[in-house]
Ligand binder design. Structure first.
Ligand code: SAM
Length: 345
């Protein structure tokens, strides 16, 4: 098994059988070795800097009904909110003052944000000389093109799972092919493209998780966010098991082996399951952290899953806490916009 890990780390190639056997492996010594090798690949290919992204969750209004998600349309218990254009620009300015060099704008699929409003937001943030990542869901080619023309640099859209049947059961009224079409369009338009999956979904097989990793490789993505699925009490999946921290960590580490120079965030969902989750992830292949810079009053309302961390921290404290932890493991804070080294211009 260790030889297999070494081979994948050197060649950056794996077949499905290799991945399934490593994902199924319960031997702690082997799994720790995998994390150690993923950490070395991260060090060799993207260095010791951890890039911080200021995350603004600007609307929890969503037209979709994903069975796993706390802000799904049919969750009548979710208290809804939406930032104005000015609110978003104010939060971005605050992040700039805290020395963030990249903003990530995330929301439900909220049609209130028309192209005109997005233009104002994107241009406003670009005028502050920051890199901008959007994570606002499925749009048409023309919309993605317009955002790009306004100045957006990066886009995050998780494929969620490559098991199409599972996707269609979990995301009613959405199609896997359209989600994939979105990723293809984003690549075509020259975005730095991020995708990713949830790990531990009900009926998600180990074989399909191996396919997820091969999908990231074949799509040649620039960033990859992998996080555990955490059941939300006000969704149809409330009784699902989920919370697969170790398996999520393994998927992340294996993704680092096959895509050595991409950006991989230590996801907040990992920290929701383990108070040290992001630091553990940073030592198993991750090189990005996305502290929350949203307004304190709305932070707790953007609840995709229970146990979200940092809902009561001021933006400056979120940053301070994370910075201290990063420095304590001998890593440094990125001083640039932290473009994915994988993306060739
Ligand atoms: N609407 C945008 C989209 O579809 O990409 C961005 C917002 S969406 C809520 C962000 C991500 O949250 C999803 O891609 C999904 O992977 C994750 N998510 C939603 N519910 C979750 C849960 N219960 N546990 C873990 N992650 C979850």
């Amino acid at each position: 098994m260790k030889q297999l890990i070494d081979r994948i780390a050197i060649k950056h190639e794996a077949n499905k059988e290799d991945l399934v056997s490593l994902l199924n492996c319960k031997d702690k010594d082997i799994n720790d070795y995998l994390y150690k090798v993923a950490d070395k690949v991260r060090h060799d290919f993207v260095g010791d800097e951890v890039h911080l992204r200021g995350l603004i969750e600007f609307s929890n209004i969503c037209k979709n009904n994903c069975l796993y998600c706390g802000i799904r349309l049919d969750n009548k218990k979710a208290e809804r909110y939406r930032y104005s254009v000015e609110d978003i620009l104010r939060a971005a300015k605050q992040a700039k003052d805290l020395e963030y060099k990249t903003i990530v704008l995330q929301s439900g699929e909220d049609a209130w944000f028309t192209l005109d409003k997005m233009k104002e937001i994107i241009r406003g943030i670009k005028d502050m000389d920051m890199a901008l990542t959007l994570s606002i869901g499925e749009k048409s080619y023309d919309e993605y093109k317009a955002y790009r023309d306004f100045g957006a640099d990066r886009y995050l859209l998780r494929i969620e799972t490559t098991d199409k049947d599972l996707y269609h059961r979990l995301d009613p009224n959405m199609t896997w092919d359209n989600r994939k079409r979105c990723l293809d369009d984003l690549k075509l338009l020259g975005y730095e493209v991020g995708s990713g999956t949830m790990v531990g979904l009900p009926d998600q097989s180990i074989e399909s998780i191996a396919d997820d990793i091969l999908f990231f490789k074949n799509m040649d993505i620039d960033m990859c966010g992998i996080g555990p699925f955490i059941p939300h009490p006000d969704t149809p999946l409330r009784d699902a098991i989920g919370k697969q921290f170790d398996l999520s960590l393994k998927v992340m580490a294996l993704t680092r082996l096959v895509l050595s120079d991409i950006n991989i965030p230590a996801t907040t969902a990992m920290e929701a399951l383990n108070p040290n989750g992001r630091i553990i992830a940073l030592q198993a292949g991750a090189n990005v952290v996305m502290p929350n810079v949203s307004d304190m009053n709305t932070r707790k309302l953007y609840q995709l899953y229970p146990g979200k961390v940092g809902i009561n921290e001021q933006a400056e404290n979120s940053r301070k806490i994370v910075v201290e932890k990063i420095l304590s493991i001998g890593r440094s804070i990125g001083t640039t916009k932290g473009k994915s080294l994988h993306k060739k211009d």
